[in-house]
Design a protein around this ligand. Structure first.
Ligand code: BEZ
Length: 211
């Protein structure tokens, strides 16, 4: 069965460009983003890996470890990383799993045979410090992902984990949040000293609590 939100993500040991990874141990107490690429030496993947390398410090700031996956071997990954640096102006600065035996791809359902039975789709898994799956998205091979959106979701997830807020449509860091319905007005008084605007009893808008 496909992985579902709230599931503890499967553990694995696999080779990578930064040596052998014991996944749960490697994650430690951090958040994690695991994402797959259809194949080495392909154009869209090359742009994505360059973009994620440039964003690495944004993931670090949020205590998020990022790790990519491609169904090719380490030597191939290392050759490809030279192309990424040359064409995208960024050196690969996070591990890329060498999943030539498809161990991880199969565990995580990254191969969708009706799309391709040899390449992975573009999967993203956001994993919490509790090792539970917080988000999954799947893009086709031909569409590069928007990693600013991944960071936006992480900001939202981390706010929800720490404060009892959700984030509205198209929310971005710095904008107002919504008090989750499970919090009563009495409880909210203690939790949200900046107050809130009750547009409806179930729609209470409050400034982002950690600013
Ligand atoms: C790409 O990364 O450019 C790509 C990979 C597989 C199919 C189509 C595009």
């Amino acid at each position: 069965m496909a992985l579902q939100l709230g599931d503890v993500v499967p553990d694995f040991t696999q080779e990578s460009t930064e040596g052998r990874i014991d996944f749960h141990k490697w994650l430690g107490d951090s958040w994690g983003v695991l994402f797959s690429h259809p194949k080495n030496f392909t154009p869209v993947c090359t742009t994505e890996l360059g973009a994620v390398s440039k964003l690495k410090k944004e993931f670090d700031k949020r205590n998020v470890k990022i790790i990519g996956l491609s169904v090719d071997g380490v030597v191939d990954h290392e050759r490809w990383s030279n192309d990424i640096e040359e064409t995208q102006g960024a050196k690969l600065n996070f591990p890329l799993l060498a999943d030539a035996d498809r161990k991880v791809s199969d565990l995580y359902g990254m191969i969708h045979p009706n799309a391709s039975d040899t390449m992975t789709v573009r999967s993203v898994f956001i994993i919490g410090p509790d090792k539970k799956l917080k988000l999954t998205i799947t893009y086709p091979a031909s569409t590069g992902r928007n990693f600013d959106e991944i960071l936006r979701v992480i900001d939202s997830l981390q706010l929800t984990a720490k404060y009892k807020v959700a984030t509205p449509v198209n929310w971005k860091h710095g904008e107002d949040c919504i008090i989750v319905p499970a919090v009563s007005d009495v409880e909210a008084k203690g939790l949200f000293p900046k107050g809130w605007k009750p547009l409806k009893p179930y729609l209470r808008v409050t400034p982002q609590p950690n600013l």
